[in-house]
Design a protein around this ligand. Structure first.
Ligand SMILES: C[S@@+](CC[C@H](N)C(=O)[O-])C[C@H]1O[C@@H](n2cnc3c(N)ncnc32)[C@H](O)[C@@H]1O
Length: 286
């Protein structure tokens, strides 16, 4: 669910194509590394009975879709996204897992005409609501689409993951902090709804917010190969998006970490971690 896009997927206002950069690889790595956290968020949801019709809004490559299918074995999931690449990957994974008959994919721009999604008992939106041009409108549309008594789960990133230990002697001190500061400046310009007060927004759209939770993730020092690839992909994307926000020495240090052939490659480290926070809201349509 990491959202590293230096160019948000939805950039109509700038006239760019709708899906300028496919994030499939990083979304798959995120699902692999943080799958346990996603499962525990789903377990926490106050569903009244197991839902049979579920919608995953802004599903990406299916981190939420597959976790929901596992948790609710009688359910079908409609996976909605504007990215053909993400949906293609999701369908491929569903076929490989023998789950294709329980997944329907819908390619649509949720800022446009609302698609026909049936009357789901559960709608899941992870790291996608802040991409909407007018999230208040989207929340009202979800409220209208849900079956009465249904639940809307909104998951948002409280912060971008950190991978380097804060005091690693091999790095330029504070390098990752400065990357984050540059990324935050970039996001403030391109993704103005990131970090919004989703509880208030949900209430304004007519929902009763039944639960709110912050999940703190700290995987600790790990040699996990997936964490190495996740860190490499994430910092590579940051490098592309925030280069102008870092000084020359920081860029050199970052390039050393990203040079997979070099002695300082992030893939050779055994002190990487994943530290991040996710916020979750469970909102009921009465
Ligand atoms: C950060 S990814 C999160 C993906 C997935 N929910 C996860 O947790 O891994 C955001 C997703 O929202 C999709 N998205 C962004 N704007 C959209 C829009 N206007 N309509 C439909 N999907 C959109 C993107 O294509 C991307 O797949």
């Amino acid at each position: 669910m990491t959202d590293t896009s230096p160019h948000p997927a939805h950039e109509h206002a700038h006239g760019a194509p709708q899906d300028p950069d496919d994030q499939s690889e990083i979304l798959d790595l995120d699902a692999e590394v943080l799958g346990e956290q996603t499962a525990s968020i789903i377990d926490w949801l106050p569903v009244r009975s197991d839902p049979r019709r579920i919608v995953d809004l802004g599903c990406g490559t299916g981190a939420g879709t597959f976790a929901l299918l596992r948790r609710f074995p009688d359910a079908e999931v409609t996976a909605v996204d504007s990215s053909a690449g993400h949906l293609h990957r999701l369908r491929h994974k569903a076929e490989e897992a023998g789950l294709a008959d329980r997944v329907r994919t819908v390619r649509t721009d949720l800022d446009g005409t609302w698609p026909e999604l049936g009357a789901p008992e559960l709608v899941w939106a992870s790291a996608s609501m802040h991409h909407m041009a007018d999230p208040d409108r989207t929340l009202r549309q979800v409220h209208g689409a849900l079956a009465p008594g249904g639940l809307f789960a909104v998951v948002e990133l409280a912060g971008f993951p950190r991978f380097l230990p804060p005091d690693a002697p091999a790095d330029r001190p504070g390098l990752e902090d400065r990357c984050h500061a540059a990324l935050d400046r970039h996001h403030a310009e391109h993704l103005p709804h990131r970090g919004a007060d989703w509880g208030s927004k949900l209430a304004a759209a007519g929902f009763t917010v039944e639960g709110e939770r912050t999940i703190t993730v700290d995987l600790g020092p790990t040699r996990s190969e997936a964490v190495g690839r996740y860190a490499l992909s994430s910092l590579t994307r940051i490098r592309g998006g925030v280069a102008e926000g870092l000084d020359a020495e920081d860029l050199t240090a970052l390039d050393r970490l990203l040079d997979t052939e070099g002695p300082h490659s992030i893939l050779r480290r055994d002190d990487l971690t994943v530290r991040t926070e996710r916020e979750v809201w469970a909102a009921r349509r009465d």
